[in-house]
Design a protein around this ligand. Structure first.
Ligand SMILES: [Zn+2]
Length: 113
């Protein structure tokens, strides 16, 4: 039985389900929707960015599984999944990506980041 989850952080919603694959390995399929406020990298104006991010990764309880480098494995402790923290770190990733507002879009093609 998949375990449904839904968490919110500011205006972002993270929902999906978690399926146990093996005893110590679960697969999480989620979608982040809603929006976050973040500053434009060019003009620094804060704008809302619409979110529609598909997230798939694996949750491992304890022991690392060899060299499963192709898997995006997040280790969890005591079989507890902190979805709020997961969402917070995903939003952190989105914030760290290059982003420019619609006013600046297309004006920076020659710049490298
Ligand atoms: Zn801008």
């Amino acid at each position: 039985m998949p375990l449904d989850f839904e968490v919110k952080c500011e205006d972002a919603h993270f929902s999906g389900d978690i399926i146990l694959k093996k005893r110590n390995l679960a697969q999480l399929n989620g979608t982040i929707t809603g929006s976050i406020s973040l500053p434009c990298d060019l003009c620094a104006e804060t704008v809302k960015k619409e979110l529609n991010e598909e997230i798939v990764f694996y949750l491992s309880d304890g022991i690392a599984h060899g060299n499963d480098n192709e898997l995006d494995v997040v280790e969890i402790e005591n079989s507890t999944i902190d979805m709020d923290e997961l969402l917070a770190s995903e939003l952190e990733l989105i914030r760290s990506d290059y982003f420019c507002c619609s006013n600046c879009e297309g004006t920076s093609l020659e710049r490298e980041f």
